[in-house]
Design a protein around this ligand. Structure first.
Ligand code: NAP
Length: 240
């Protein structure tokens, strides 16, 4: 679908060792990019690199840790596209939940994005782009998810606010609804019938697939007019 429009370009995917980020990395490799992925777990990284093949590379990184993020970016003088797919969402009630759990979403999704943006800033090509990830919870909050929702809303605001500062480079956000990834499987206790039940509740009677996200991510990299946008990838679920 995307041919080889990323030929020779450097794409970095934080959270590129699983789920939405890995599918994006796979499609970017297919489109000709040199892809470098990051995640915390070395085993997951090794498995992802086996999937991505010899043109891809990767390193361990914790997005919540600024120094780790700087080490991750250090080998790259020029980055064409940065995709940030990593976040640690720990559901917790705001009033009486553990403070560490409440901080986790902001530390990873929001501060993680800030760390990545500061690291990529001097390296981002003039026609380059950044893509952040939020989540439908920002618009359809649920009990115990206030901080997760706030972090998702915060990165959307961050992207809008950075349009001028980053120009002529672009920044966009994908806001996914339920997507069939290892994260969702874990959240549903690995029960196939729970995944099926959730799919039945969706307007399109299907869960989003990681490939749906990857297609949207490559569209955002390639479309030179898309900037400051939040792309809702939820099959219409936020309206029902
Ligand atoms: N799947 C859904 O239904 C859904 C819906 C809405 C939003 N989202 C958002 O979409 C993003 C990707 O989700 P996914 O479903 O693809 O999850 P996933 O399959 O669990 O993948 C998450 C990726 O991020 C990495 N990661 C997590 N925390 C990290 C950290 N602190 N530093 C660096 N890397 C980190 C993971 O590797 P390590 O664990 O090894 O670090 C992994 O590569 C997340 O931000 C998620 O909140 C997902």
């Amino acid at each position: 679908m995307f041919d080889t429009f990323l030929e020779g370009q450097q794409v970095l995917v934080l959270g590129g060792t699983s789920g939405l980020g890995l599918a994006t990395a796979v499609l970017a490799v297919r489109a000709g990019a040199r892809v470098h992925v990051g995640g915390r777990d070395p085993q997951r990284l090794a498995e992802a690199l086996a999937v991505l093949g010899p043109t891809a590379s990767g390193a361990c990184v914790d997005l919540a840790d600024e120094s780790s993020v700087h080490v991750f970016f250090a080998p790259f003088a020029l980055v064409d596209h940065l995709v940030v797919c990593a976040a640690n969402n720990l559901p917790a009630r705001l009033i009486d939940g553990e403070l560490a759990a409440l901080r986790a979403s902001l530390d990873s999704r929001f501060w993680g994005a800030v760390h990545a943006l500061r690291a990529v800033g001097p390296r981002l090509a003039p026609q380059g782009s950044v893509l952040l990830t939020s989540g439908m919870v920002s618009q359809r909050p649920r009990p115990g998810m206030a901080m997760v929702a706030a972090a998702a809303s915060a990165v959307e605001s961050l992207a809008r606010s950075l349009v001028t500062e980053l120009a002529p480079r672009r920044i966009n956000v994908i806001n996914p609804g339920p997507m069939q990834t290892p994260l969702l499987a874990r959240a549903l206790g690995g029960r196939a019938e729970a995944l099926q039940g959730l799919a039945e509740m969706q307007p399109l009677k299907r869960l989003g697939q990681a490939e749906d996200f990857a297609q949207t991510a490559l569209f955002a990299m390639g479309n030179r007019q898309l900037n400051g946008a939040v792309l809702h990838l939820d099959g219409g679920a936020r309206w029902v």
